[in-house]
Design a protein around this ligand. Structure first.
Ligand SMILES: NC(=O)c1ccc[n+]([C@@H]2O[C@H](COP(=O)([O-])OP(=O)(O)OC[C@H]3O[C@@H](n4cnc5c(N)ncnc54)[C@H](O)[C@@H]3O)[C@@H](O)[C@H]2O)c1
Length: 255
């Protein structure tokens, strides 16, 4: 029997528009590729110039690259307006854009604290609010935000990062409750370390090895493993999962 490549089973996102922030790099780029391979048209949102090349390299057609600073509420909302105008109402929003500013709590500067909260927490909220309005009007939507293992455990030098990710879990639960009866689910995923530019800000050399030794699975997670989990939560079958924080950490947070 031959396999039809356009079978809905293989391409469950056919006909859907997925907004992916942070699509120029790391986990966001892997998620954009994964969803595009399964039929979605991607609106990649990122502040980095590399975005254009990442979106151009996506499989399939009809994708859109939008340069925006998600920490600016006006830019986040304008990005969603452009998605709606050029691709149509999005069915999926994945908030993967994020930064890591790591220092011992007593040394963390105000700028490091504020910028981390501005991008990781406020930026994810502004995008969710803007996309959520369009999704609520359409009666269907899936929001998945990258939190982190750092939301739930105390990792040295992570005060700002950890606070930003714990905040993500807070708004995720509230919006999940507010939007549950209107067809829009809101979830978070919390990975352990994945080898990306952001992780290399801190998890290198001995620190990296020692962090790896605390993961019962004995290794870091890969961006494509995270992409598979995000795609499940972003799919139609996940209609009854909302307000969750799904950990993908090889057992790191349960030891
Ligand atoms: N890599 C890890 O170990 C790890 C673990 C847990 C959670 N996470 C989370 O996963 C997400 C993706 O991280 P990654 O490892 O792929 O990092 P990355 O640095 O590879 O990618 C992050 C992307 O976000 C973009 N970005 C940063 N600030 C932005 C802004 N103001 N507006 C728009 N785009 C902006 C960057 O340009 C970059 O392309 C982040 O939210 C991160 O906190 C990462």
């Amino acid at each position: 029997m031959t396999t039809n490549p356009t079978d809905q089973h293989d391409t469950p996102f056919t006909g859907q528009v997925a907004v992916v922030t942070g699509a120029a790099s790391g986990i966001g780029e892997a998620i954009a590729i994964h969803l595009a391979e399964r039929g979605a048209r991607i609106a990649g949102v990122d502040i980095a110039p590399a975005l254009a090349d990442s979106v151009a390299a996506l499989p399939g057609e009809g994708h859109l690259a939008l340069t925006a600073n998600i920490a600016d509420a006006g830019e986040a909302s304008a990005a969603i307006d452009r998605v709606v105008a050029e691709l149509g109402t999005p069915q999926v929003l994945v908030n993967s854009a994020g930064i890591g500013r790591f220092a011992p709590g007593e040394d963390l500067s105000e700028k490091e604290w504020s910028s981390t909260l501005a991008v990781n927490l406020s930026g994810a909220f502004f995008m969710t609010q803007a996309a959520g309005r369009a999704m609520l009007a359409a009666g269907y939507g899936r929001v998945v935000t990258l939190a982190s293992q750092a939301a739930g455990i105390g990792l040295p030098e992570h005060a700002a990062y950890s606070a930003s990710k714990a905040g993500v879990l807070g708004f995720t639960r509230v919006l999940a409750v507010e939007w549950a009866s209107r067809g829009v689910t809101v979830n978070a995923v919390s990975p352990t370390i994945a080898d990306t530019a952001l992780a290399r800000e801190i998890w290198v050399g001995e620190k990296g090895e020692s962090a790896r030794s605390l993961i019962p699975a004995g290794r870091f997670v890969t961006p494509s493993e995270i992409a598979s989990l995000v795609a499940f939560l972003a799919g139609r079958d996940a209609a009854m999962i909302t307000g969750e924080d799904v950990r993908i950490d090889g057992g790191r947070s349960v030891i």
